[in-house]
Design a binder for this molecule. Structure first.
Ligand code: ZN
Length: 294
């Protein structure tokens, strides 16, 4: 930029607490995106099974919106053998809620996810548990749809509490992650450059690829025109992201050189935003157009 006298600023932002801590949302709230005109990032992954084998990654894709909650059930303890009738069983409520969500799953969209754990359900088998806790997450294609799903899951918790005579308190456990709104202009340019270097990226503007995981880069894409690529690195068969095997694959020489080429693709895309007003305007217009769909 110095040599070619390109004005503007490129900032490299690392994200603390990326996985689960909504670090990018904290950055947004702290003003990190003020006067930012576009944001780009990429994430390595094993090859997506639904994307053709000769594809290098996904340029135009989205992820699921996600949110996490706790439900605390409160009952009344009693000696489980001497006077079980005097107790109100919080574990019963949590267990019933778990079953209710299991039944609900038949009636949600194939792309939606509900995940539940029961981290607390009593401390002694001879005492009726007066406390039980559920932790659950919901994911949908958009924030809007996720809100509807969340209410349906909460109703399962409320219904189970009513049926067992328990109380229940539901609290948010994380800042909701938005789905990614991929910017057509940025994604197309990235795919064009990578293709010119012999790397074909999936970039179907009529049908964006949906990855069944979530990232707070989605929240960034609600703020500014954004690109979030997924690029494939060689991994042993069956390797999942965020595992020891994936870490080992990611630090290999070949993965590193793929990462460098992806960085160049993002640099070229960002450069066009900086030096071509028409390009930047088109990216901005697509961003506004997409906003109306949400
Ligand atoms: Zn990650």
């Amino acid at each position: 930029m110095k040599q070619a006298k390109v004005s503007g600023k490129v900032r490299l932002l690392g994200t603390p607490a990326e996985e689960g801590g909504a670090g990018k949302v904290k950055l947004i709230d702290a003003g990190a995106l003020k006067s930012t005109i576009a944001s780009l990032m990429s994430h390595p992954t094993p090859h997506f099974p639904h994307i053709s084998a000769d594809s290098a990654g996904v340029a135009f894709g989205t992820t699921l919106a996600a949110a996490g909650f706790t439900a605390d059930f409160t009952g009344k303890s009693a000696h489980a053998a001497q006077m079980p009738w005097a107790g109100v069983n919080a574990l019963d409520a949590a267990s019933l809620a778990y079953q209710a969500v299991g039944l609900l799953r038949q009636h949600i969209k194939p792309t939606e996810r509900i995940n539940i754990i029961l981290p607390e359900g009593g401390t002694a088998q001879n005492i009726i548990p007066d406390k039980a806790r559920i932790r659950f997450s919901v994911r949908s294609e958009t924030l809007k749809e996720m809100d509807i799903l969340r209410t349906r899951v909460e109703n399962c918790m409320q219904g189970a509490a009513l049926a067992t005579g328990c109380g229940v308190e539901i609290a948010s456990e994380m800042v909701p992650y938005a789905e990614i709104r991929p910017n057509e202009t940025l994604c197309t340019e990235f795919a064009r450059y990578m293709s010119s270097k012999g790397m074909e990226y999936h970039c179907d503007l009529l049908k964006k690829d949906l990855a069944s995981f979530s990232t707070e880069m989605g929240n960034v894409s609600y703020e500014v025109p954004s690109f979030h690529g997924h690029y494939f690195i060689p991994t042993p068969p069956g390797t999942a992201m965020h595992t020891d095997a994936f870490r080992d694959a990611a630090k290999a020489e070949e993965a590193h050189s793929i990462t460098m080429s992806v960085s160049k693709g993002m640099a070229v895309t960002a450069l066009r935003v900086l030096i071509e007003d028409d390009f930047a305007t088109e990216a901005k217009n697509n961003f506004e157009k997409d906003k109306n769909l949400r």
